[in-house]
Design a protein around this ligand. Structure first.
Ligand code: NAD
Ligand code: TDX
Length: 340
């Protein structure tokens, strides 16, 4: 029996939210899910359309809509909060919507959660901790832990850090029954094609040369989205109120290596890509120490063979061309405005 039978999932039609809802439907037969999603360019109602309607209900709306949030929160036992503007490159050109959704939207939700004493889980990113040196000088600073200092470096990560701090303050001041997870870069099915891995896969599938920022040496710590959503479920069920958990799968790779694995997997020459202008303020390296989550939640990442996960992801985009093709021209046209 699940601890919470009625859950509200914000952003459940986006990449990680979709995988989370599908995980709950597959593994928790007693749980009913209401998804609250604005269906921005990053959300897609089709992601959920094959799921049983008696298990999953999609409400199209904004987390900033206080009245709607109040109505939905009143009827739920727990909220899992994914909804966000999530793309760093977009935030560099248009930060205002990030303030609105990531900060104000989170504020609206935690106010409702406190009013109705509803359990709240806030999904966040390792980017709130800023970045790490490419080659660690002191072992102490080797990876992010739950005691790492908050020092976000981008407009996106600053809004996520702000939202985390709101949740922490609501726990302390109002006894909000909340937990937070900070997770490293996810990959897998249903990820929007603006993001690094799906962008390069769909570039190859569209006859466009992949694009690598700067010198390609920046490091990301990859986790398969299915491991992330299992970790979030474990926190919802077993997490300590007020606690933060870091979820990661120990898979640090630089961007050049990931791109060359994609090219190799897709039968391309490993040099068939272009270096383009670097992202302003580009974080050098992220790395997660997930020991606490592993010890306290009995959670372990399962999909740790990155090459196999990447291959499965390539196949997914090959087999779901109608899912992404309509967006491709606009996504690339948008990138072309800023890349030389
Ligand atoms: P995404 O951009 O794919 O999906 C975001 C979803 O939120 C979309 O369905 C969108 O329609 C919805 N949304 C946006 N604004 C909304 C609003 N105002 N009201 C209601 N719905 C709204 O993002 P994602 O990659 O699935 O990320 C989900 C969460 O996980 C975010 O909070 C993100 O910060 C966090 N996160 C992402 C990663 C990653 O690698 N993608 C890693 C760590 C943490
Ligand atoms: O075309 C590209 N070429 C390239 O070299 C793109 C889109 C990205 N990159 C680089 C930038 C990053 O070093 O690849 C790396 C990954 O880029 P993104 O997919 O944009 O992810 P990142 O900025 O690392 O942030 C992601 O992980 C943390 C998610 O988008 C965030 O939502 C999450 O919080």
């Amino acid at each position: 029996m699940a601890k919470y039978n009625k859950i509200l999932v914000t952003g459940g039609a986006g990449f990680i939210g979709t995988n989370f809802v599908r995980y709950v439907v597959a593994n928790q037969p007693d749980v009913h899910v209401v998804v609250l999603d604005k269906l921005t360019y990053a959300g897609n109602a089709d992601n959920l359309k094959d799921l049983p309607t008696e298990r999953v209900q999609l409400v199209v709306g904004d987390i900033n809509d206080k009245q709607l949030v109040d109505q939905l929160v009143q009827k739920t036992q727990a909220i899992v909060h994914f909804a966000a503007e999530s793309h760093n490159d977009k935030a560099l050109h248009d930060p205002s919507i990030f303030m609105q959704t990531n900060l104000m939207g989170t504020f609206t939700l935690i106010e409702a959660a406190r009013k109705y004493h509803v359990r709240f889980h806030h999904v966040s990113t390792d980017e709130v901790y800023g970045d790490l040196p490419l080659r660690p000088t002191l072992p102490k600073f080797d990876k992010f832990t739950t005691s790492s200092q908050y020092r976000p470096s981008s407009p996106y990560s600053a809004t996520k850090a702000g939202a985390d701090l709101l949740v922490r303050a609501w726990v302390r001041s109002f006894d909000l029954q909340a937990t937070i997870s900070n997770t490293s870069n996810n990959y897998g099915p249903y990820q929007h094609i603006e993001k690094f891995i799906p962008r390069q896969i769909t570039n190859v599938l569209s006859g466009i040369r992949p694009k690598l920022y700067g010198n390609g040496q920046n490091v990301r710590d990859w986790i398969h989205v299915w491991d992330h959503v299992a970790g979030i479920w474990a926190i919802l069920e077993h997490g300590e109120i007020g606690a933060t958990y870091l979820l990661g799968a120990n898979k640090e790779l630089n961007n050049l290596t990931v791109l060359q694995l994609i090219l190799q997997n897709m039968g391309q020459d490993r040099c068939d890509f272009d270096f383009v202008a670097d992202r302003p303020g580009h974080d050098l390296r992220y790395a997660i120490d997930a020991t606490k989550a592993q010890q306290e939640l009995n959670w372990q990442p399962q999909y740790t063979d990155f090459t196999a996960g990447l291959q499965q992801t390539v196949r997914w985009y090959q087999n779901h061309q109608s899912w992404w093709q309509a967006d491709k021209t606009a996504v690339e046209a948008n990138y072309a405005k800023h890349e030389q």
